[in-house]
Design a protein. Structure first.
Length: 129
């Protein structure tokens, strides 16, 4: 009787479908080189350049057309200033650390097209001073 029960349970387990394995998670944002970011800016006039440095750092020089929201203010200011969650947003800071954290935060907040360019120190193109 025990043997029959074990056999029945074994056969029942064989018929249980295996759930599909989850797809590998997509990164919530993409990382770009300065050259890739420049090509994106030049090729698509419908992009938001977001500088997440402090106002003082921004005043020292920024990429033309950029808006400034410090990373420390982003959670509060993004809903007010970045109202289109499907807009292309290219994020940068000084060295790349704050832009990476800010890109991740924006993705968490529901923004869908986030690009992390890293730091302006790696930007060999025009800046406004």
């Amino acid at each position: 009787m025990v043997l029959m029960l074990i056999l029945a349970l074994t056969l029942m387990a064989c018929g249980t479908p295996v759930p599909d394995q989850a797809e590998e998670p997509r990164s919530a944002y993409q990382t770009l080189t300065a050259a890739e970011a420049k090509a994106m800016i030049d090729g698509d006039g419908d992009i938001i350049l977001l500088d997440v440095r402090t106002p003082e750092e921004f005043a020292e020089g920024y990429i033309p057309g950029a808006i400034q929201i410090a990373d420390t203010d982003l959670k509060e200011q993004a809903p007010l200033q970045l109202t289109d969650k499907d807009a292309k947003i290219l994020v940068y800071c000084r060295s790349g650390r704050r832009s990476q954290a800010s890109a991740a935060l924006l993705a968490e907040m529901g923004y869908t097209q986030i690009y992390d360019m890293g730091g302006i120190i790696d930007w060999p193109y025009e800046t406004v001073k």
